[in-house]
Design a binder for this molecule. Structure first.
Ligand SMILES: Nc1ncnc2c1ncn2[C@@H]1O[C@H](COP(=O)(O)OP(=O)(O)O)[C@@H](O)[C@H]1O
Ligand SMILES: [Mg+2]
Length: 262
């Protein structure tokens, strides 16, 4: 049976899709069979981030409507053979799709995969319900900003109404230079505020932000951070990437100050 993990946040633009794509890649590289499910119906994003949009034939709504079998709606990754994406449709009257429909599709994939990662849309309404309903674990993605923390807190409360057995936190877009200068909320404070186990910290990475394939191009630092995250999720270790490392010492001090003045 697969672990079914939803990536959620309440707030949009905090990195759910980026974390979903990169975590999926790392878990697949560890040898697991992974499928990423895009439940952001009407705003397909994950297939674009994963660079498979040109190869989409069927999508999740086709699988729901019985126009294809769920496995026919999977697109295999070009580089990692055990990684698949189930794209959402770009245009559909999403009010017709219920959490039960998504759950039914996911149940048909359950025995063929080790991990089913569900990319949740922003908000806390119907789209949130559709994505959370089929999951039994949740990763809450936050950035070190008050609005993100506040939305995450709301989402954590709402998750109490679902069959979620385990919840953990990923803090994304952390800037080591700002942390050392005391200009960014610390990860410890975020963990204390939200009171959930910390699964990973991902640094702010210009290579992610600038690449036209979303999460696929990264620096060595964020690749390492995603590797640690995948290991923590898989084997329960607690190795957290240190975003401040490259800004320590005399060279780090110079880097920090250069960054401040550009
Ligand atoms: N660690 C990061 N460093 C730099 N840019 C990031 C990082 N994580 C996400 N982004 C960028 O932020 C934007 C929103 O990310 P996305 O994953 O689409 O958020 P969400 O799915 O929560 O709406 C994207 O342009 C993405 O490339
Ligand atoms: Mg997204």
């Amino acid at each position: 049976m697969a672990r079914k993990i939803v990536l959620t946040s309440g707030k949009g633009g905090v990195g759910k899709t980026t974390v979903c794509a990169n975590l999926g890649m790392q878990l697949a590289k560890l040898g697991f069979r992974v499928v990423l499910i895009d439940v952001d119906i009407g705003l397909n994003n994950l297939d674009v981030v994963m660079g498979v949009e040109d190869r989409v034939i069927f999508d999740i709504t086709d699988a729901i409507m019985g126009r294809c079998r769920p496995k026919q709606a999977l697109v295999q990754d070009k580089n990692i053979s055990s990684l698949y994406v189930m794209p959402s449709s770009a245009a559909y009257n999403r009010t017709n799709i219920m959490g039960e429909h998504i759950k039914n599709v996911i149940e048909q994939l359950d025995s063929s995969f080790d991990y089913i990662l569900i990319d949740c849309p922003a908000g806390v309404e119907a789209g949130f319900h559709r994505a959370v309903f089929p999951a039994n674990e949740a990763i809450i993605v936050v950035t070190p900003h008050l609005s993100s923390i506040r939305d995450a807190d709301k989402v954590i409360g709402l998750l109490g109404d679902y069959n979620i057995e385990y919840k953990g936190l990923v803090v994304n877009r952390v800037r080591g230079d700002l942390l050392l200068n005391g200009e960014m909320m610390t990860v410890e404070n975020i963990v204390r505020a939200l009171n959930l186990p910390l699964l990973g910290v991902i640094p702010e990475d210009d290579a992610i932000g600038l690449s036209n394939q979303g999460g696929r191009v990264q620096s060595i630092e964020s690749a390492r951070a995603f590797t640690l995250l995948s290991e923590n999720i898989h084997n329960g270790s607690k190795k957290i990437f240190d975003c401040t490392f490259k800004y320590r010492g005399i060279l780090g001090y110079i880097k920090r100050n250069i960054k401040k003045h550009v």
